[in-house]
Design a protein around this ligand. Structure first.
Ligand code: FAD
Length: 406
């Protein structure tokens, strides 16, 4: 039995353990995680790790020796299959029972799979774990053309990394623009043009009918209009499904994620949930219940729970931020643009350094900054305070954002 049992050894689980020790918590702490490796950073899996620019050691969240030094038990390769809240215990897939005083559920999500014929052929990949990316890298020497399905951040980053490997890349997006779910049109159009300029065959508004194989290995993707595109590898980046079934089975409220209150508490006693799997009301989403899939959210919710468990009180109120690296473009976002009613362009995309400022009811709610770190840093305060700023002033890239505050 542990004072704090953390399920999931990703960004949120790792940070929860780190923050507990930083806050002086001296009870017993264990992380049960189903991956074989100690906690590592996930963002590089579609960026520099996939591109071959960073080794695995360099993406570890802490050096391997850290965990034992801090008295944090790592129980790797172990999956929690059931939660028994009345007993304050979980059961692993090997049938072992582990008791807890407090449970922190930090399991992230599973990549959403295609359901069409051929989705499970050899050579069809998701990008979520080190194992996923290692499998891809191992196949690359035999691969000429790759089809990426999904024009979200992960699909676009994977496309850029594969271009760097010298691969021919076709990117298929079902909607009429990339990043449609997370960004405004100016940003989408900019990234579409960049990918095309780097040789990516980007197709918008296309539906995949099925994936076809030869000798058990992927050979082509067939589109709904009948076109067949030959390929040696398929990468699917169409979102995740939160890994919350054991908690829901145990009676926790939720559905698309496990529902938590402002202190990351689930409806089960002494059970917190944090990170990608936590469905929470977010002030920056106008109070809507959302899941945030970002390192920021994972770390901040983890740190909050560690504070609560060491006697402090606070509620979750962190500004969302995110980044994406593609080619030589560094995108940094702050706030959530969903629900904006105005998007103001600041600077010229042709300069490859510009920002999009999102407004709702006249207030700044988010910024997407491309190679524009100064806007990102200075815009944060505008988002945090929901400042009312005239669009013409925001559009004037000659005036620093910090000078727009009243
Ligand atoms: P995870 O990091 O996914 O960790 C969950 C862990 O729990 C996993 O190891 C999982 O296998 C394990 N697990 C699940 N179920 C069980 C179980 N029943 N028992 C035991 N263990 C279990 N965010 C950014 O902010 N910026 C980026 O640029 C960015 N790029 C990304 C690129 C990629 C390719 C991916 C996949 C994600 C990216 N993200 C990025 C998102 C970010 O990585 C996630 O938001 C973050 O990892 C969430 O942390 P988490 O701990 O909630 O989940």
């Amino acid at each position: 039995s542990y004072d704090v049992l953390i399920v999931g050894g990703g960004h949120a689980g790792a940070q929860a353990a780190i923050a507990l020790r930083q806050s002086g918590f001296d009870g017993s702490v264990a992380i049960v995680g189903d991956e074989p490796d100690p906690p590592y950073e996930r963002p590089p899996l579609s960026k520099d790790y996939l591109a071959g620019d960073k080794s695995f050691e360099r993406i570890l969240i802490r050096p391997a020796a850290f965990w034992a030094e801090r008295g944090i038990s790592l129980r790797l390769g172990t999956r929690v299959a059931a939660v028994m809240p009345a007993d304050h215990a979980v059961q692993t897939d090997a049938g072992e029972r582990i008791g807890y005083r407090h449970l922190i559920w930090a399991t992230g999500g599973q990549p959403r799979r295609l359901t069409c014929a051929g989705h499970d052929l050899v050579g069809v990949h998701a990008v979520r774990t080190r194992a996923d990316t290692d499998r891809m890298i191992a196949e690359l020497p035999r691969v000429g053309r790759v089809i990426v399905i999904g024009g979200g951040y992960i699909g676009l980053e994977a496309a850029a990394a594969l271009v760097k490997h010298g691969k021919q890349v076709v990117l298929l997006e079902a909607l009429d623009r990339v990043l449609a779910r997370v960004a405004g049109e100016p940003l989408s159009r900019f990234y579409e043009a960049e990918h095309r300029a780097h040789g990516v065959d980007l197709r918008l508004g296309v539906a995949v009918d099925c994936i076809e194989g030869e000798g058990g290995r992927v050979a082509s993707v067939r589109l709904a209009d009948g076109e067949r595109i030959a390929c040696d590898m398929v990468i699917v980046g169409i979102g995740i499904i939160p890994s919350v079934q054991p908690l829901i089975d145990a009676g926790a409220a939720g559905g698309n994620g496990v529902a938590v209150d402002g202190r990351c508490r689930t409806s089960l006693p002494d059970v917190f949930a944090i990170g990608d799997c936590a469905l929470h009301a977010n002030r920056f989403a106008h109070g809507a219940a959302i899941r945030l899939e970002s390192v920021q959210n994972a770390n901040d919710q983890a740190t909050l729970v560690a504070k609560l468990l060491t006697g402090a009180d606070a509620a979750y109120d962190a500004v969302p931020w995110f980044w994406s690296n593609q080619y030589d473009l560094k995108l940094q976002t702050v706030g959530l643009s969903t629900g904006h009613d105005q998007a103001v362009l600041r600077g010229d995309p042709a300069d490859r350094s510009f920002s999009v400022v999102y407004l709702r009811d006249g207030r700044v709610i988010a910024l997407d900054c491309v190679n524009a770190t100064r806007d990102y840093v200075q815009g944060r305060k505008l988002v945090l305070e929901g400042q009312v700023v005239a669009p013409e002033r925001l559009a004037d890239a000659g005036t620093a954002l910090k000078d727009l505050q009243p």
